[in-house]
Design a protein around this ligand. Structure first.
Ligand code: DGL
Length: 277
C-alpha cells in the first residue's frame, strides 16, 4: 500500500471562496500539506448546469488524485450540490468532505423561527439542500436569496465597495423586515464579507459560517488510523500550494485582501476535461 505520509489534503472551489474554509483547516491542522485549486477560469459555478459543474469537479478531483491527495475537501457548496455523491462513487477509496448550507445549527439557534439562507442557484436546486430542509427545517420559515453578482465582487477582492454593499442590502433588508434572527452563509465566498453583512443586519442577527465545523470534520477523518499521516509534534510548517486556472498574479494579489497566508501560486490549464500543469 502506498505510503500516505506527507500526502496532501486537496481543497477546491470555483475560485477563491474555498480559501475561507482553507483558513479554518490551516488553523486546526498547522502541519498538514495542503493543495488548493481555484477554477477561476469558470467562476462563477452557481448559474451553470449540474452536468457542467460535475465535469469541472471531476477534472479537478482527477488532478488532486494525481497529486496523491489523501482527503479531498470540496470547499464549494455549489460543487458539493452538483458532484459530491458522484465523486464519492467514482473514488470510493478517497474520503471526501463537502459543504452544505448550515441549516441545522441555524434551526437550533433561531428564536424568531425565521432564517435567511444565502447561496447560489445551483445549491438551492440541488438534492443536498432539499434534504437538509426536509430534515431540519420543518417548523421554521426559510428565506432564500442568490445574491446576484456577489461572488464576482468577492473574486475581485471588492469586499467593501458600494456595489457589494448594495447586493447584500437587496438580499438582507427584505429578510430583516420579515424577522430573521439568523443568516446561513451557503456559499464559501461569503464569509469574506461577514463584516459587511454584520453591519447591515446588526449585532443581534447571528451569521453562521460553517468553515470551523467543516475543518473539524476534516480533522476527525484524518485522525482515523487509516488516514493518519504521521504523529510527530506540531511544527506549524504545513506547506500550502495554490493553483488557479486563471491569472496567478490576480490570485496572489488577493492574499492580503482576504487575510490568507501567501504561498506559491501555479497556473493550471484546462485541456478539454483535464487539468494540465
Ligand atoms: N464558492 C461557491 C459556493 O460555495 C461557488 C460560487 C460560484 O462559483 O458560484 O457555492
Amino acid at each position: 500500500m502506498e505510503n500516505k505520509k506527507n500526502s496532501p489534503i486537496g481543497i477546491f472551489d470555483s475560485g477563491i471562496g474555498g480559501l475561507s474554509v482553507l483558513k479554518a483547516v490551516r488553523q486546526l491542522l498547522p502541519d498538514e500539506p495542503i493543495i488548493y485549486v481555484g477554477d477561476q477560469a469558470h467562476v462563477p459555478y452557481g448559474a451553470r448546469s449540474m452536468a457542467e459543474i460535475q465535469k469541472f469537479s471531476l477534472g479537478i478531483t482527477n488532478f488532486l488524485v494525481e497529486k496523491k491527495a489523501r482527503l479531498i475537501l470540496v470547499a464549494c457548496n455549489t460543487a458539493s450540490a452538483a458532484s459530491l455523491k458522484f465523486l464519492r462513487s467514482k473514488f470510493p477509496w478517497i474520503p471526501f468532505v463537502g459543504m452544505e448550507p448550515a441549516v441545522k445549527p441555524a434551526v437550533e439557534n433561531t428564536i424568531s423561527r425565521i432564517v435567511g439562507v444565502l447561496a447560489t442557484p445551483a445549491t438551492f436546486q440541488g438534492a443536498l439542500y432539499a434534504s437538509v430542509i426536509e430534515r431540519f427545517a420543518k417548523d421554521v420559515t426559510i428565506l432564500q436569496d442568490v445574491c446576484p453578482g456577489l461572488v464576482e465582487q468577492i473574486e475581485k477582492g471588492w469586499l467593501n465597495t458600494p456595489e457589494t454593499k448594495n447586493i447584500l442590502r437587496l438580499a438582507l433588508v427584505p429578510m430583516m423586515n420579515k424577522g430573521i434572527d439568523t443568516v446561513v452563509l451557503g456559499c464559501t465566498h461569503y464569509p469574506f464579507v461577514i463584516p459587511l453583512i454584520q453591519k447591515i443586519v446588526g449585532p443581534e442577527v447571528h451569521v453562521i459560517d460553517p468553515a470551523p465545523a467543516v475543518a473539524r470534520q476534516v480533522g476527525r477523518l484524518l485522525s482515523d488510523p487509516l488516514q493518519q499521516a504521521n504523529c510527530k509534534k506540531s511544527s506549524g510548517l504545513g506547506s500550502t500550494e495554490y493553483f488557479t486556472t486563471a491569472s496567478t498574479r490576480d490570485f496572489e494579489a488577493l492574499f492580503p485582501v482576504l487575510g490568507i497566508s501567501a504561498g506559491p501560486v501555479k497556473k493550471l490549464n484546462w485541456l478539454e476535461a483535464r487539468l494540465i500543469e
